[in-house]
Design a protein around this ligand. Structure first.
Ligand SMILES: Cc1ncc(COP(=O)(O)O)c(C=O)c1O
Length: 279
């Protein structure tokens, strides 16, 4: 029996070139040309101003929650149909996740359900600190409706686009709708760096702060000085090299996946027609 993987890594061939450059320059560190280049190329690809590449998508969500100052007494509204990593960072901060139901078109967060939840929360004087909207399996949630509702209540949106890098919603790249977007480059994603993630935003100050928090929050002093708690979340220059090579083939991978999906849908229709003609 041969094992069939759900979504196995698929290298472009150029990853080694970027890794070799890092070796040649001896930048085997969580900074260097590949980190800077990957951040720039990822931002350009998504038409968003800034990106910070980090060790995982989970770390990116955690940083977004830190930037939004989520505290233990806060609630964070989250999509109910998702992978646990969407919610774990809420628990890292001791805050309470509140699960918002899905709608049948996209299987993602229902704009109607989030509106009801926000109405109730406002009435109770307990609006959430943030809403984390997931785009599951590359399928965008109804972002325009969700953003409109959240804006009405002044609640920031974190778009968990861990699974939707490369897809678009109404002509705009997935992950660029909320105040923050996050991507994952885990081994099972559309492109992978073996493990990694990114936080994106149009707000430069926030992304600079994210980089600071992701590198142990070291104050700008000649000695080691830390005024707040930081994390060791930065992506390494080697890993970022894999990301640069993978980004070059992202559109190709998205098109291939779309093609497989069309073939599977067609096959399903044929099987359905065959089985109803046999019955
Ligand atoms: C929806 C979703 N959110 C968050 C994550 C977390 O990403 P990572 O595994 O890079 O931490 C994943 C993937 O694993 C995911 O599928």
């Amino acid at each position: 029996m041969e094992r069939v993987f759900l979504s196995s890594p698929h290298m472009s061939g150029n990853e080694q070139k970027y890794i070799q450059e890092a070796f040649d320059l001896n930048w085997i560190a969580p900074l260097g040309n590949n980190v800077d280049g990957f951040e720039k190329e990822l931002s350009e690809y998504n038409s968003i101003n800034h990106a910070a590449v980090v060790s995982s998508g989970t770390a990116a969500i955690h940083l977004a929650l830190k930037l939004l100052d989520v505290q233990p007494e806060d609630t964070v509204f989250c999509s109910s149909l998702t992978f646990v990593a969407t919610v774990n960072p809420v628990l890292y901060e001791g805050a309470t996740p509140v699960f918002i139901d899905s709608e049948p078109d996209t299987w993602n967060m229902s704009p109607v359900a989030i509106e009801h939840a926000l109405v109730d929360a406002k009435r109770d004087g307990n609006l959430p600190k943030a809403v984390i909207v997931v785009n599951l399996y590359g399928q965008s949630a109804k972002m325009d409706e969700i953003i409109t509702v959240c804006n009405r209540y002044n609640v920031p949106v974190i778009e968990d686009a861990a699974e939707s890098l490369g897809s678009e919603y109404k002509g705009q790249k997935s992950g660029t709708f909320g105040q923050f977007g996050i991507y994952s480059f885990n081994g099972n994603k559309i492109i992978t760096t073996s493990g990694g993630g990114a936080l994106v935003s149009n707000d430069e100050e926030s992304i600079q702060k994210a980089r600071f928090l992701a590198t142990q929050a070291r104050d700008p002093a000649v000695h080691y000085q830390h005024s707040e708690v930081g994390y060791n979340y930065r992506m390494s220059n080697i890993v970022a090299g894999i990301g640069r090579g993978q980004l070059e083939v992202l559109d190709e991978r998205v098109n291939q996946r779309r093609l497989y999906l069309i073939i599977i849908m067609k096959l399903l229709r044929i099987f359905k027609a065959l089985s109803s003609s046999l019955n």
